[in-house]
Write a new protein. Sequence first.
Length: 426
Amino acid sequence: MPGLAVFGAQWGDEGKGRIVDFLAQDADIVVRYQGGNNAGHTVETGGRVYKLHLVPSGVLLNKVCVIGNGVVVDPKSLLDELDELRQGGVKADKLFISDRAHVVMPYHRALDALEEAALGAGEIGTTGRGIGPCYVDKFDRAGIRVCDLIDKDDFAKKLKAALEKKNAIITKIYGGAPLSFDKIYAEYCGYAERIAHMAADTSLMVYDALKADKKVLFEGAQGTLLDVDFGTYPYVTSSHPLPSGAAPGVGIGPNMIDKVIGVAKAYTTRVGKGPFVTELLDDMGERIRQKGHEFGATTGRARRCGWLDLVILRYAVRVGGADSLAVTRMDTLGGIGDVKVCEAYQIGGKRVENFPASLEDIAKAQPVYLDFPGWTDDISHIREFEDLPEAARKYIELIEIVCGAPVTMIGVGPAREQCIVREKAF
Ligand code: IMP
């Protein structure tokens, strides 16, 4: 049963899209298991740059793609994305959406904005896509699923009940304007007509495929430190980006995922608020941001940049069960001068090697750095590990030793072929 899961080992934006796109060449099905259009996967292929938000990265290779039940689906965003892909020459005609996936409604987006505004300086820094409020409704047993949306009568009943509550919150707590049932109903019935043919029991599809020995790639969005349980809570997203989230997020047993790859950038970035131990607030941070084009694919926000943090990576390997790591953007670090790697934290005079739960502890942590000479050469043409400059090889070897996992893929540029593969994943 060749089930392979790929997840982010940092705060998202690790380059999972390009790794999934690469691995998808050998896959039969690519499945997203959590998150929504808060994700932004940038994939460069055939000289074009594609920004994917909801559609699995396998779409660019015309693979069967599945949006699992654990994903929250904004139908307008999905349809816009599909239109854009088709305008760019991508067929995107093998996409299936779980009929159990929850639908992001306009009141989710409205509440996301109102709740963030109410938090003021303490805001989470969400993407504003209504993701958190949609997951809240799912767990409150008040959500609207794809199967509910495509049944017009059922949808009318559920929307009426939801709007009554949401409008009370929007108007009475936040002083906002109420949303109109008629407008949302008409708009969403239109979306339902366009997505109904894609709705399916995708849990069954994936199960059957795995039983038939087809290769299934599970694509995580966001990353370990945005996981609602293991991330820097409350500065997290409202789902489980860790690969263990793929079992409930797709509807398969955990024993059907037999290999896990964690994806990490050669340095660290994050968007949104929250502590970040190795953050660089100086010229070097700006150099990495400019060289790596570190601006969000979804919101365009400048990403915060810092040195590689091996406390985070070791933690991600453990809580995510990574068998191996893919390290992206080694080319970005080339030519920026000497580099540093954080191997532990110093908190209140104590050496700490395990990522703490308390945000106060993380905020107090001082990085313990190892200095590296850096590599000046352009490495974007290199395809064999042995051909990398010695400093770059040492950098990768340190990651392997500290994290206890082999680095089997190394990204040296944005294009599909700019990847050093030391071991085949499937
Ligand atoms: P939300 O997912 O929009 O609720 O945002 C919660 C937190 O997750 C914020 O810090 C966002 O910036 C962050 N976030 C959500 N999606 C992504 C992503 O795809 N990459 C990086 N950060 C993300």
